[in-house]
Design a protein around this ligand. Structure first.
Ligand code: M6R
Length: 606
């Protein structure tokens, strides 16, 4: 969701800004722009559409040259995608790029109109640009400090002032922004991949710290202009991790990275065969004492929480409530200081999940986050963090982040079950050992891609399809359904197989595709009956099941068989064919797999 890059240094910045923005394309955008200091003036180029449209425009109108500039990819919130609404915004003295939402922009706009300012765009950002201009009396940091006292909402901003032609200014609150420290210059960026080509060293800006970047260094101060000493972080992602590495799409690469991602995530959390989450600060004693557990997240991360609920309830016997973050934050949940609230997020910046975290803290609960991006807002604000080690996930459709989130859910369930005395040490070790086998098993089933490609070829003309399952298979089917619809644009619903007869089966007509997940041995016969029911009504059924149940293949039109594992571990294998089916369906339909329409990788607004 909106990408920001800025640079001031020894090199020409335009290609550098475009290159950095291209590394943020995964966040989703509908327009792009840059502002560059050229011969003492701010020159702005912006365009609706992709970065290629901006480059084309610069080719036609003339490319600016300069060594200090800011760039932006915009995901429209206030005002349609258009050249005018694209960032940067401002005037001859000030230019800004902004990620986030300014909630009180209307009243500020009215105030500024009364002061004689005029506006050309429908954006909230232009209001901030003009407010900066209003308060600017020769000192940019003073102007920024003034403005952030007046605006409400979320923001990450990169700012140029004409009077300071070799400086980039930056400030953030509730939207991510990092400061990159290079040899030939310094950077601002929404995310690490944008600067990895130039540097691995970066600062994390705390809310309302103001950074002044120049070619030789970065000064950071607080809102009162007190200097702040920053700790340098070193990105451990390598450049290859942020590139496609020979794969046609990031999504395919990320599906294939799952075995490594799971291994890297679980290895440091297993000690002498037992789950060990204490390095995160979550002790067995703490786990034993919680009354209730909530898991709160959005989208795929919420689906990982649902699997967590099934597994924790089954083996630890503790009730778990899973909430969609945007519902949780407004439903006045009953939470006390005896409860544990777990937030799951790949990006660590999802606005609703962050708000849910703040609410849980206000109510006194212990907050634990399961986050992939180090130093992200959710990670920093929660009491306990368990980082997943998936590496950068670029494709909008989440795959490997889901796999590692599940693996943490399993470890947590095992540790909880043992801490609560629900399972013996031997059982806990047995389950942990089973989880350790998952990466190799996934590696083996990655070969299923041709089978899934064939199944996908049978789905591309469908207008609508159903995913069905029972128990853990149902929880998993929600993710299969989301994956398919978000990238292939085929309408898809997931349904608890036993619930079909209560309404939804009326949708099933000749040739309607149904994907049934049937990996749970205790529920297999029942799911099979449901499959027969839809088949009898003309559905074309794909069944994802385990070896040894193929005898029943007569019920399914297409079959995907998985190696056998303990029932509770089967979702970790069944996720692969679901991801492949979604991926190949989207590829065969010619969809933009890594950047599906209307979607952003990181949803930093409500
Ligand atoms: O960064 P987060 O994990 O908090 O993101 C949550 C959702 O926005 C995300 O999982 C989304 O549903 C994905 N596009 C699904 O593929």
């Amino acid at each position: 969701m909106c990408g920001i890059v800025g640079y001031t240094g020894k090199n020409d910045c335009v290609d550098l800004l475009i290159d950095g923005l291209s590394k943020l394309e995964y966040r989703g955008y509908d327009s792009a722009g840059i502002a560059v200091m050229c011969d003492g003036q701010i020159e702005v180029k912006k365009s609706k559409g992709r970065l290629a449209d901006l480059e084309k425009k610069m080719g036609e109108e003339g490319k600016p040259h300069g060594t200090c500039g800011i760039g932006h990819t915009r995901w429209a919130t206030h005002g349609e995608p258009s050249d005018i609404n694209s960032h940067p915004h401002g005037n001859k003295r000030v230019s800004i790029v902004h990620n986030g939402i300014i909630e009180n922009y209307r009243e500020i706009k009215e105030f500024l109109i009364d002061q004689g300012y005029s506006f050309v765009s429908e954006t909230d950002t232009e209001t901030v640009a003009k407010l900066l201009d209003y308060y600017y009396e020769g000192n940019p940091v003073d102007a920024i400090a003034h403005v952030i006292k007046e605006i409400r909402g979320s923001y990450a901003m990169g700012i140029l002032f004409r009077d300071f032609p070799d400086k980039v200014y930056a400030v953030r609150k509730d939207s991510p922004l990092i400061i990159g420290l290079g040899e030939d210059g310094n950077f601002i960026a929404s995310d690490v991949p944008a600067i990895l080509k130039y540097t691995r060293n970066y600062y994390l800006l705390e809310p309302n710290e103001i950074a002044t970047l120049s070619v030789n260094g970065v000064d950071v101060c607080d809102i009162h202009k007190n200097p702040v000493k920053k700790e340098v972080n070193v990105a451990d992602w390598d450049l290859d991790a942020a590139e496609k590495g020979g794969y046609e799409h990031f999504m395919l690469k990320e599906i294939n990275e799952q075995p490594t991602a799971i291994r890297t995530t679980i290895a440091p959390r297993i000690s002498e065969g037992m789950p060990y989450l204490e390095e995160s600060g979550m002790t067995k004693e703490m786990l034993r004492d919680y009354n209730r557990i909530y898991i709160v997240a959005c989208g795929t991360a919420m689906h990982a929480g649902l699997i967590g609920k099934y597994v924790i309830e089954r083996i630890a016997g503790i009730e778990v409530t899973v909430d969609i973050a945007s519902e949780f934050r407004y439903r006045n949940p009953i939470i006390t200081d005896k409860d544990l609230v777990i937030l799951i997020s790949q990006s660590g910046e999802t606005a609703d999940t962050l708000a849910a975290l703040k609410l849980a803290k206000e109510k006194g609960a212990t907050t634990m986050s399961v986050v992939n991006v180090k130093g992200s807002s959710i990670a920093r604000e929660s009491d306990v963090v368990v980082y997943t080690h998936a590496g950068p996930e670029i494709s909008v459709a989440s795959t490997k982040a889901y796999a590692v989130q599940l693996s943490v859910m399993y470890l947590l369930a095992f540790e909880l079950a043992y801490a609560k005395g629900a399972i013996s040490k031997e059982k806990c070790m047995e389950l942990t050992a089973e989880l350790q086998k998952v990466p190799d098993k996934i590696q083996d089933i990655l070969v299923l891609k041709e089978r899934c490609q064939f199944i996908a070829s049978r789905l591309i003309n469908a207008e609508s399809l159903l995913y069905i399952g029972r128990g853990l298979d149902y929880a998993l089917s929600m993710e299969g359904s989301l994956k398919l619809k978000e990238i292939s644009y085929i309408h898809s619903e997931s349904y608890a197989a036993g619930e079909l007869k209560h309404g939804t089966i009326s949708l099933v007509t000749d040739d309607m595709p149904v994907i049934a997940i049937a990996t749970q041995s205790d529920l297999f016969e029942k799911t099979l009956s449901n499959i027969k029911e839809v088949k009898a009504r003309g559905a074309k059924v794909t069944m994802i099941c385990r070896e040894g149940t193929e005898d029943d293949k007569a019920v399914a039109n297409h079959l995907v068989t998985l190696p056998n594992m303990d029932d509770i571990m089967m979702p970790m294998l069944a996720l692969v064919p679901m991801q492949y089916i979604a991926y190949y369906t989207a590829v065969l339909k010619g969809c933009d797999v890594d950047k599906p329409r209307n979607l952003a990788k990181s949803v930093t607004v409500e």
